[in-house]
Design a protein around this ligand. Sequence first.
Ligand SMILES: Nc1ncnc2c1ncn2[C@@H]1O[C@H](COP(=O)(O)OP(=O)(O)OP(=O)(O)O)[C@@H](O)[C@H]1O
Length: 254
Amino acid sequence: MNAVLETQNLNKWYPLGRNMRVNVLQDIDLEIRRGEFVAIMGPSGSGKSTLLYTISGMDRASSGRVCFNGREISSLQEKELSRLRLGKMGFIFQQIHLLKNLNLLDNISLPAYAEGVRGRSEIDRRARYLMERTGIGSLAGNSVDQASGGQLQRVGICRSLINEPAVIFGDEPTGALDSGSAAEILDILKDVHSGGTTIVLVTHDSRVAARSERVLFMLDGRIQGEKKLGTFTGGNSEARARQENLNAWLAEVG
Ligand SMILES: Nc1ncnc2c1ncn2[C@@H]1O[C@H](COP(=O)(O)OP(=O)(O)OP(=O)(O)O)[C@@H](O)[C@H]1O
């Protein structure tokens, strides 16, 4: 079984008054392969974040199936679902929420303590390794107030990776950053992906989506189309060519 995530006939709606509802996701059949890097694009309100939250078990489907590693998660109890999210999934958001009374190293380590599988020294070693790998190795003892936006986003990435998740979900992970910091974060995500982690990102930015292998375009709660880009091997000229190719396709579908 090659799919890490799979949905069948996935629907999400919200009640609107007594007999009406807003259909936010409609009949979505989606398969994301292990190790794939997928970007979800589409206009505002098309359902991108809702899809991300529903496939990651942060939100519940109204009907249909969501499977993670072949196991249906749509009907799991909240406790089992939290355990699955904690151990197998990592999350990166535009705004990262950290605990101000903990230093950066401890913020990164927190999900590993919550998972309760590894001992303190192993957690500490892994957290420091991730900080080194993302270029913030010297900031371990810093407080949240002593780090820039780009550094905090790296902290968020380290935290999302601490439990060695199978999948990283990102909702506009570079949305709050200047273009230099955003490019650095994209390089880190490329490394994470090369290490075998599946990545699923929601983004408005075609520079970000151009790094992925497959772009899904959403419209009115449906996947309107997809563009396969193949694996990004690196370099500015390849990144530009991929972005142009993607923009031309987006102009056609959007
Ligand atoms: N709790 C809710 N009740 C009713 N409608 C909702 C609720 N949450 C989201 N929606 C609606 O669902 C639709 C999809 O929202 P979603 O946030 O998934 O879109 P999006 O494509 O991620 O948008 P954006 O790019 O602006 O973040 C929107 O029309 C939104 O108004």
